[in-house]
Design a protein around this ligand. Structure first.
Ligand code: 87F
Length: 514
């Protein structure tokens, strides 16, 4: 229930529903509040939360409108990541959206499994195109013919390019805003090196940036690790990823991937360079991406029964200032104090906004901004004006505090940092509570049924992973490996694989996933 919280007062006096109505009716008329709880119907809850005002549904299934409220989050992450990769000497570029069928099929092996998801343009106006044109699902085949052209000698290396773009994958399994959509935004980095060592190093540097996006910006804990042979990008040598976990559904979610492609694509696209001795060598390549899926993971992790909760670092409005005028109070004085508060915060680089709308009551505004997830609310009423203070209300834990206007900026800065920290810490604890170390098949099945994030000793054989998938297939999807964490717990001599009974080679996270 997202009823008005905070100080006692009459609600909806000036609200859109007029006076004297019951809360329930008000909710119906204003669209305030969520109709389902996160724990009761997660899917419905998620879709409702997204609709306030992250996403608008579109009349093509699997396609969504990103409204300013979510686009702003994307842009903040983009600003961070773009600056970081530029420090690594990665340059931005833009390749076309369309792929000619020739190059797309050149790279048969990896495209084979993906082919059903490729969307094609077959007409212009009413006439058929002579040759249909594919829409990029990813840009290896678009870019690499030009890498072959541009790379000649060792001085052309490393070549490090990135593009910010959209891609289309015509998925058929249930679309979910941000998490699985047919068109999405991402960055895709494609780099080429003379040596495997350089490529290996970059894979991990990029993965660390992905960890930072999740943990430092979105306050979502992730595990860094290696994908299994079954789950890696088939066209590459190895795949690393950051993996998040959604406790409510008990599903893992691949947060972002950083691949070492080895020399597979170099062979196919003939990307060679002449080394110092004049020998022709193949390049080593990487590719890496994160997408708007990040936003979905953040929403799922932090949202509650009142709606979204945005981590301060990515919130486009970090602080909302709401006047609480009372009948006989100095309304103009309160409004002026709100404006002055926003100015002071803005000058200090804090993203603050006031909500001076006179057709909504303070209570309605509280609920509305809570629903939108603004991390901190400031209320200013007659008593605050009198005492030269403001009241702060945290979105993450509801804690209220009166702070003197004299130390407003320092206080708010500190609060925003605390909120960011606390959101991460709460999310980490919730995830930790889901992690279950198991050793046997029975323990595995029982943990899976309890929606756990399973850490299991595994023999690392592809056949065994396929077998686990087959044996766990059901309505809610099969279990598979999420990743083998780089941080491995100790694996005592003689530990056996939970699924095959063979000697275990490593600890691996397993679970159902998005
Ligand atoms: C769908 C259709 C066609 C994923 C696809 O992860 C091709 C593909 O190649 C496809 N879905 N992939 C794998 C993408 C690999 C790789 N590309 C660059 C990344 C990072 C960015």
């Amino acid at each position: 229930m997202a009823g008005p919280s905070g100080k006692k007062e009459k609600v909806d006096k000036a609200g859109p529903s007029g006076g004297g109505k019951k809360k329930k009716d008000v909710k119906k008329e204003t669209g305030l509040g969520l109709s389902v709880k996160k724990d009761e119907n997660f899917g419905e809850w998620y879709s409702e939360v997204c609709k306030h005002e992250m996403i608008e549904y579109y009349d093509i299934s699997g396609c969504y409108i990103l409204r300013p409220w979510s686009m702003a989050i994307w842009e903040i992450m983009q600003t961070f990541f773009d600056a970081e990769i530029k420090k690594m000497k990665v340059k931005n570029c833009y390749f076309p959206l369309f792929v000619s069928p020739g190059v797309l099929e050149k790279e048969k092996d990896h495209i084979e499994g993906f082919a059903p998801e490729v969307a094609w343009v077959t007409k212009s106006g009413k006439s058929d195109l002579e040759v249909p044109i594919a829409i990029r699902p990813t840009s290896e085949t678009v870019m690499y013919p030009y890498y072959s052209k541009w790379i000649r000698g060792h001085r052309d290396l490393p070549l490090k390019l990135n593009q910010w773009c959209n891609v289309v994958r015509w998925e058929f399994s249930n679309p979910t805003p941000f998490i699985r959509s047919r068109e999405f935004l991402w960055q895709e980095g494609h780099t080429a090196f003379a040596t495997k060592e350089e490529a290996d190093e970059e894979v991990l540097q990029i993965l660390e940036l992905y960890r930072r996006i999740y943990e430092e910006y979105l306050a979502v804990p992730v595990v860094k690790g290696m994908k299994s042979e079954n789950e890696k990008f088939a066209g590459g040598l190895y795949t690393t990823s950051v993996e998040a976990f959604i406790p409510n559904t008990g599903r893992g979610v691949q947060g972002a991937t950083s691949h070492c492609l080895g020399q597979n694509f170099a062979k196919m696209f003939e990307i060679r360079y002449e080394d110092e001795e004049g020998k022709r060598e193949m390049v080593w390549q990487n590719s890496w991406a994160y997408s708007t899926r990040t936003i979905g993971v953040m929403i799922m992790t932090h949202g509650d029964d009142k709606g979204l909760i945005l981590p301060p670092k990515v919130a486009s409005v970090q602080v909302v200032v709401i006047p609480v005028p009372y009948k006989d109070a100095n309304t103009q004085g309160i409004f002026d104090a709100c404006t002055a508060t926003v100015s002071a915060l803005s000058e200090a680089g804090i993203r603050a906004e006031e909500d001076l709308r006179d057709n909504y009551s303070p209570g309605w505004k509280y609920s509305n901004w809570e629903m939108k997830g603004v991390p901190l609310r400031i209320e200013i009423g007659p008593r605050d004006l009198e005492n030269d203070q403001v009241r702060t209300v945290r979105r993450d834990n509801g804690v209220k505090e009166d702070i003197p206007r004299g130390s407003l900026v320092e206080h708010v800065k500190e609060l925003l940092e605390k909120i960011q920290q606390n959101m991460y810490e709460v999310a980490r604890q919730k995830r930790e509570a889901c992690v279950q170390e198991i050793r046997t098949w029975d323990e595995f099945i029982s943990a899976l049924n309890q929606k756990k994030l399973i850490l299991a000793p595994w023999c690392d054989e592809e056949e065994v992973e396929r077998d686990v998938k087959a044996r766990t297939k059901g309505e809610t999807g099969a279990a598979k490996t999420l990743c083998s964490p780089f941080e491995q717990p100790e694996l005592p001599e003689g530990t056996l694989c939970f699924a095959s009974g063979k000697p275990a080679k490593k600890w691996t996270y397993w679970g159902r996933s998005y």
